[in-house]
Design a protein. Structure first.
Length: 340
């Protein structure tokens, strides 16, 4: 073997290791968790992981489009929170004495649509600030994070009397917590089915529509996309609108799944969603990402989170592990960009 061939082979192996380093680290973490408690690899555990991953996957599909555009959305968690609080406050049982509203319970779809509309409105405003006013998405989303949280806190404290919102109508509980029994040990939650349908829809939009092609073109090179005739402002606004709708729907589901909602709901959800997208191969520089990769990233991240809780690791150390995963994922993404 010549020196040139040896160098090419070495660089190829090195590149392969860099590209898959994060997956190797995550696999090692999973096996360490299993070594502490082998019962982690059980049908019940994985069923719980997939159920908890479902709402996270809906959020990640929303922010994933913004990441493909080359942006980010730190307001995700707060949009989820305000949507969950609004939907939950309107879907409390009529027999509950401390309910926020004393009118007859509304049909299930109306509060959910209202929650989705509110989250979409905030997301559209953010999209306008980013696409039309040229404000960097990090700064814009940071501002909207505070703005939305303030609005959510006002609604929670004034309208809901600062009381945790709980005791939901049977239809809302069934919608968000219902399951389909497959076998005695295996069941599929309704939330899983909602997440799967949304993944197929988002995958179709990204891969089979003009909107998807324009979205990737903008993320790859915004100026080149503009010169090619892409309506950058319109495309970005639609992507932000879709993100807001998914935040709203997922927020309503999360409130129903957990059985309660408070103003702090959704805190740090944006970090998990963004990290899952990056772990799944979406580049923070824009122009790259797949729904399949994002789904894999969400499940991997949830396996680690659930596993650390399962073996009794303190919440403080969990933040350390998640932070390291995010840093490693972004570092690997940067190395890939440099290599290209």
């Amino acid at each position: 073997m010549s020196v040139k061939e040896w160098l090419i082979q070495r660089n190829g192996v090195r590149g392969l290791l860099i590209d898959n380093a994060l997956y190797m680290i995550i696999a090692a973490l999973i096996f360490i968790i299993a070594a502490f408690d082998i019962s982690f690899f059980s049908i019940a555990s994985f069923n719980a992981i997939l159920t908890q991953s479902s709402t996270r996957l809906i959020f990640a599909c929303g922010v994933g489009g913004i990441i493909v555009l080359g942006g980010t959305d730190l307001a995700l968690g707060r949009c989820v929170g305000i949507a969950g609080v609004i939907a939950a406050s309107m879907l409390q049982s009529a027999s509950y004495s401390m309910r926020a509203f004393h009118f007859s319970p509304l049909p299930l779809f109306i509060p959910i649509l209202i929650a989705m509309a509110v989250a979409m409105a905030f997301s559209l405003m953010q999209g306008f600030v980013v696409s039309k006013l040229g404000v960097p998405s990090f700064i814009a989303s940071l501002g909207f994070q505070l703005l939305v949280f303030g609005c959510c806190s006002l609604y929670f404290n004034v309208v809901c009397g600062a009381n945790p919102i709980s005791n939901f109508t049977p239809s809302f509980v069934r919608f968000s917590q219902g399951t389909i029994r497959i076998t005695r040990a295996l069941s599929i939650s309704y939330i899983m089915l909602y997440a799967i349908v949304i993944c197929f829809l988002i995958g179709f939009i990204w891969n089979k529509t003009i909107l998807g092609k324009n979205m990737f073109a903008i993320g790859g090179n915004r100026e080149a996309a503009k010169v090619s005739g892409v309506d950058v402002h319109r495309t970005m606004m639609i992507v932000y609108m879709i993100a807001g709708l998914l935040y709203g729907f997922g927020g309503a589901l999360e409130a129903g799944r957990t059985g309660s909602a408070i103003s702090a709901m959704g805190q740090s959800y944006e970090l998990d969603a963004i990290a899952a997208c990056v772990v799944g191969g979406a580049s923070m520089r824009g122009g790259t990402g797949t729904v399949t990769g994002i789904a894999l990233g969400v499940v991997i991240f949830q396996i680690i989170s659930y596993g650390l809780i399962y073996i009794g690791i303190s919440p403080d150390l969990q933040y350390v592990v998640k932070g390291l995963i995010i840093l490693i994922a972004v570092a690997i993404d940067t190395r890939k960009h440099i290599r290209r």
